[in-house]
Design a protein around this ligand. Structure first.
Ligand SMILES: [Cu+2]
Length: 121
């Protein structure tokens, strides 16, 4: 292997490594949220407060607090409106939303909000 050949071989290896790293990073960035997520509804918060899901996901809200709470998708009430959940009870919301960001709020405690991020499939 002469000098020029060795240089070409090394450059090729570097380029290949970069391509592999870029593909890996791209795959991670494209990975959608889970198809099923459990959200704790406390007094007065949703945990997690950033709920990232696939477009066809199930979000299971469980009231872990001592007060009645609700879930409404603000501005998208046709999809989810005033789903009340008593302490100890759960409500399953089957997501049927376009990719994007939504705001979830409680009708009883107006300062209680979370972000719902729906990934593209
Ligand atoms: Cu509430």
């Amino acid at each position: 292997m002469n000098q020029a050949c060795r240089a070409r071989w090394w450059t090729g290896g570097v380029a290949w490594t970069f391509a592999l790293v870029a593909a890996t990073v791209g795959a991670v960035a494209r990975a959608a949220g889970p198809g099923r997520i459990e959200v704790s509804v406390g007094d007065n918060f949703y945990r997690p407060d950033v709920i990232r899901v696939r477009p066809d996901a199930e979000i299971i809200f469980t009231n872990t607090g001592r007060q009645l709470h609700a879930m409404t998708l603000i501005g998208h009430e046709r999809d989810l409106d005033e789903a009340y959940v008593r302490p100890g009870n759960s409500h399953t919301f089957r997501v049927r939303l376009a990719a994007g960001e939504y705001v979830l709020g409680c009708n009883i405690h107006l300062d209680m909000t979370a972000r719902v991020i729906v990934d593209a499939q």
